[in-house]
Design a protein around this ligand. Sequence first.
Ligand code: SAM
Length: 213
Amino acid sequence: MAASGEGGADALYRRLAPSYDRRTARRIEGYQRRAIQRLVLWSGDTVLDVACGTGLSFAAILSYIGRSGRLVGIDVSAEMLSEAEARVKQAGWRNVTLIKSAAEDAELPVPVDAALFSFTHDVLQSKRAVENVVASLKPAARVAAAGAKWVPWYLAPANAYIWYVSRQFVTTFDGFDRPWRHLKEAVPGLTVEPAAFGGAYIASGTMGEVEPP
Ligand SMILES: C[S@@+](CC[C@H](N)C(=O)[O-])C[C@H]1O[C@@H](n2cnc3c(N)ncnc32)[C@H](O)[C@@H]1O
């Protein structure tokens, strides 16, 4: 595990970028797809892929928003973004903008219809990053997150495996029992579906909606 904070993630992903897709795609794409479905995207929407990494989510998002939509990917790692740029170039996508910035400081284009946080534990643990992203969203924008989490106490031995796999990709395990906690403060109606026997989650909600009863 690298040092925590934005600088730690940058150093961690400088090393991981060339092998990231090979190491993760098969494991995470199913959860990513489910989170993207929860965004209920329309043709022409503007979508923010927060901490987009190499752009593993891009094809699925673009399949919903089409050529008239706009996809903005932000990431703190130049090396991850360079992989994303190669993906965009190879596919010939002309409506994708990549921004190299920490989510905490990014100047985001407004107005945004939907924001995806796919396997971005470090970002979700930064209240400042979540607040900055949420500030760029339309009043009724959709938000979705997917990622790993600790399993409930009665399955606790599985946490050794979750730790072993996840430590390669996060700089902190703070909040790993409820990774969506800051997002929930900003999106009170956020609902959370457990997956993988509680070792993963999909969280989604609409800005401005209140907590379901
Ligand atoms: C596990 S990867 C996920 C990438 C992509 N979302 C996916 O689903 O494949 C985590 C990403 O978060 C980025 N990251 C970590 N902290 C960040 C921050 N504070 N601001 C922006 N990006 C950050 C890393 O550079 C890395 O690309």
